[in-house]
Design a protein around this ligand. Structure first.
Ligand SMILES: C[S@@+](CC[C@H](N)C(=O)[O-])C[C@H]1O[C@@H](n2cnc3c(N)ncnc32)[C@H](O)[C@@H]1O
Length: 385
């Protein structure tokens, strides 16, 4: 029943933006802010109605989505042969040319088909066979798993198959400012969701006492300056038949024109000199080095005080037992530091260790469930006044 409803809602919309679990309300809010009023939040994404301009705008401007899909066909398949037959019926000539490379991504949820690789193989065969048949066996498109021009996304939910074009291609979380990753870097889309869920006026300073490769600070600064995160990359939809380069360039210029003058500064602390160097490089690659300063040091020793704005941090989680013991002290000292030195601020702490969160020792205003990949985490929000 739930799956049928899901399939129905998905069918009603012409696009679907994918996000991490827990982020759906933030993504829906982002879509509304881009002027898209027909939205429906679903599991790991938001379905929406939009024009071609909205497709271009969402790909360049959404911060919390990982990709935007355009469903093109739906059918029922309970086994691999039915899957093959369903794909054979879709007119591939409408979607791409034989000289273009492609890839098939498959997601199986509660399906009687359990091998996604085998499902992808069947779908690939159905696509290739259609081109071969129409050209008397002379022509066939090639698969490219790394850099395909066309990406198909096939979502199988129970017996319902949704065959979609992936408009983004490379995941939208890769903003290309991250040259090197620090220790346990956080995906840019999750960092953006954490900032957007924080209570912050976007005008007062932002501080990360354990900033790693700087992702939270960079995403916060891009939000404050209204910089669309994916203005300088290519997308899979640029290889589609319907792609309109003039419209795409016009939307890109429109988004560039919305950038705001910087009003605030960001400040980060990182104990590892190597990781602090990475953070500085990433900040420079994002063009934000005039606005964000990184100090190498331990927040417990280098004293930073701040009386307004946002403290935002993603402390280490620890995996081994002895690490977790040490981290209890670190979390306690983090709580003490923000209580003593950041009076007047709001704070957001994201942790993937539910046991450690108790050691912060501050009264939580709100707890939000978010996933960092497969890790179940919590965003903890505090008022320090
Ligand atoms: C989970 S990572 C943060 C990841 C970051 N959000 C990012 O996207 O790259 C935690 C970071 O805290 C740093 N760290 C640990 N203890 C610290 C301390 N006492 N003072 C400052 N930084 C610390 C670690 O070196 C690590 O880079």
């Amino acid at each position: 029943m739930v799956l049928e409803l899901f399939a129905l809602l998905w069918r009603m919309s012409n696009y679907f933006a994918v996000c991490a679990r827990g982020v759906e309300p933030v993504l829906e809010h982002e879509l509304r802010s881009l002027g898209i009023s027909q939205t429906k939040s679903l599991f790991s994404g938001v379905a929406f109605e939009g024009e071609i301009d909205d497709l271009y705008r969402t790909n360049m401007a959404l911060r919390t989505a990982t990709r935007v899909l355009k469903p093109v066909a739906e059918f029922i398949a309970r086994d691999f042969d039915a899957l093959y037959r369903g794909v054979r019926k879709i007119d591939m000539y409408e979607l791409f040319r034989v000289d273009q490379t492609f890839r098939v991504d498959v997601n199986l949820v509660q399906s009687t088909m359990t091998h996604s690789q085998f499902a992808a193989q069947k779908i690939k065969d159905a696509i290739v066979d259609q081109f071969r048949q129409r050209s008397d066996g002379k022509l066939r498109p090639s698969v490219d798993l790394k850099n395909p021009q066309i990406v198909f996304n096939v979502f199988v939910s129970g017996p319902h198959v949704t065959f979609a074009l992936d408009a983004s291609g490379e995941s939208l979380h890769r903003r290309h400012y991250r040259e090197g990753a620090g220790e346990a870097p956080m995906k840019e889309a999750l960092a953006a969701a954490i900032v957007l869920l924080s209570d912050w006026d976007r005008e007062s300073p932002v501080y990360d006492p354990m900033c790693g490769s700087g992702t939270l600070l960079i995403e916060a600064m891009m939000i404050a300056q209204n910089i669309a995160p994916n203005l300088n990359r290519t997308f899979s939809f640029q290889n589609w038949r319907e792609y309109d380069a003039d419209r795409f360039n016009a939307i890109r210029e429109e988004l560039r024109g919305k950038q705001l003058m910087p009003k605030l500064r960001g400040f980060g602390m990182e104990v590892s000199p190597r990781v602090a160097t990475t953070a500085r490089k990433n900040i420079a690659a994002a063009g934000l080095d005039k606005f964000i300063e990184i100090k190498t040091g331990d927040f417990r020793r280098v004293r930073h005080t701040q009386d307004s704005g946002l403290v935002i941090v993603n402390p280490p989680y620890g995996e081994r037992m002895d690490e977790v013991e040490n981290l209890k002290h670190l979390y306690r000292e983090l709580g003490d530091h923000i209580k003593q030195d950041c009076q007047g601020c709001t704070a957001s702490i994201f942790t993937g260790n539910l046991e450690l969160r108790k050691f912060v020792g501050l009264r939580t205003k709100e707890r939000i469930l978010l996933y960092n990949g497969a890790i179940e985490g919590r965003l903890l929000k505090y008022n320090l006044y």
